[in-house]
Design a protein around this ligand. Structure first.
Ligand SMILES: *Cc1c(COP(=O)(O)O)cnc(C)c1O
Length: 407
């Protein structure tokens, strides 16, 4: 297979070719102002991204991981608290919870959506927590510590089922921080409000990542906290800048996690294209769905619930032998990924949490079946057809093998 035929999982070179002039202009502008960190370029992007999310405030920070950590801290999570999330996510979700001084506990996901199961959350709150009369706080049986926040993850570009999660959170007094790092522009139909809502506008606050490979990516590291809560926005602004309100007057101990002007300018230029790019991703996903429909016995396409409009950060199929399929495609120049091969509760880094295989069967089964196919706005029709044909080839060949074996 020639190099020219190689189809990457994500192509960050073609995406930037079409924007090169705009991005060079941004760099030149910043060089001329000398305002490298913070400043008008950053503020201008923040207000545009808040508007894009249908939210009141956006505070740019150094990464998605920091956005989540600072949102949790500003939202009121305290040292020692327990924060609920899911086991099938990027490790940054758990890292941010721990770096905010808390500890994660997990609720399993749903098979079809790969996002937090509302029934699972209800069972967790009813059976694994109790109301401690002395402290007056919801307390985890496992850790004997207050359970204060919920982090639903809008995975692969699709929002978690927010209505039931929000109503449970309200009933139990939990702060909701959305991990929207893979869901820029995703939408959710709230039955409670009878309206479509944007990712990042539903919880107390949300974390976005602008890592280069995300739907909206910087040319380096960047992230943002989005919120309708002015207090949270102000607190994140203080935390990201060494806890200072006035220069060298430190109200609290913060950190250095500011957004720089070049990244903000680049993000602002790209934000204009994001609706069109997300539309392209949805078209590509629909086309993959049509290609794989006849293979439903072998390939399970991603499910989009009637209440969700995914922005397909990833296009994730299920197959019984995803690693064999991945090798087959790699040999034909098609790069796939697995997001993620090991659920967080089984990661070596979190052995201290003492979870075991079997604790979250839905997420564990998903981890053994998922495969992410190439998807990015500039993926051509020919490239997509090639991916489809190669998957088709594989399924037909393996069907023959199965027949041969049973004969
Ligand atoms: C990318 C990502 C993060 C972290 O964002 P960074 O900008 O890489 O720090 C957090 N959560 C999820 C689900 C992500 O995909």
């Amino acid at each position: 297979m020639s190099v020219a035929m190689t189809i990457p999982l994500v192509d960050l070179i073609v995406a930037h070719k079409e924007l090169e002039d705009d991005l060079m202009t941004v760099c030149r502008q910043v060089l001329q102002t000398g305002q490298f960190v913070g400043g008008t370029m950053v503020e201008s992007f923040e207000s545009q991204f808040a508007e894009f999310c249908d939210a009141r405030h956006c505070v740019g920070v150094g990464s998605g991981t920091d956005a989540l950590r600072l949102a949790l801290m500003a939202g009121g999570v305290r040292q020692g608290d327990t924060v609920i999330t899911v086991p099938n996510t990027f490790i940054a979700t758990a890292e941010a919870i721990c770096q905010a001084g808390a500890c994660p506990e997990f609720v399993d996901t749903e098979h079809r959506t790969h996002t937090m199961s509302p029934v699972g959350l209800q069972e967790y709150l009813e059976n694994e927590c109790f109301f401690d009369r002395r402290s007056g706080k919801l307390t985890s049986r496992r850790r004997q510590k207050p359970v204060t926040a919920l982090v639903p993850v809008h995975l692969y570009g699709q929002m978690a089922d927010m209505d039931p999660l929000l109503s449970l959170a309200a009933r139990y007094g939990l702060i909701v921080i959305e991990d929207a790092c893979q869901a820029h522009g995703a939408q959710y139909f709230s039955r409670a409000e009878s309206a479509w809502r944007k990712a990042g506008s539903m919880g107390a606050a949300a974390a976005f990542s602008f890592y280069p490979g995300k739907n909206l990516g910087a040319c380096g590291e960047a992230g943002a906290v989005v919120t309708n809560n002015e207090q949270i926005a102000k607190q994140v602004m203080i935390l990201r800048d060494h806890g200072q309100t006035v220069k060298y007057h430190h109200k609290l101990e913060g950190c250095n996690s500011r957004l720089d002007a070049i990244q903000a300018g680049i993000l602002q230029a790209k934000l204009q294209r994001l609706p069109e790019w997300n539309r392209r991703r949805r078209e590509i996903a629909e086309r993959y769905n049509r290609i794989f429909a006849p293979l439903a016995d072998h390939i399970e396409s991603p499910w989009e619930p009637p209440w969700g409009r995914s922005v397909y950060h990833l296009y994730v199929i299920r197959h019984l032998e995803p690693k064999v399929l991945k090798t087959h495609l790699a040999a034909r120049g098609i790069c796939c990924g697995i997001h993620y091969p090991t659920p967080i509760h089984l990661q070596e880094a979190y052995r201290r949490l003492r979870y075991r295989v079997g604790d979250f069967p839905v997420a564990e089964k998903a981890a053994s079946q998922i495969l992410s196919l190439p998807i990015y706005p500039q993926l051509t029709l020919e490239q997509q057809t090639l991916v489809g044909d190669m998957v088709l080839d594989f399924v037909q060949a393996s069907a023959h093998r199965t027949v041969a074996c049973s004969n």
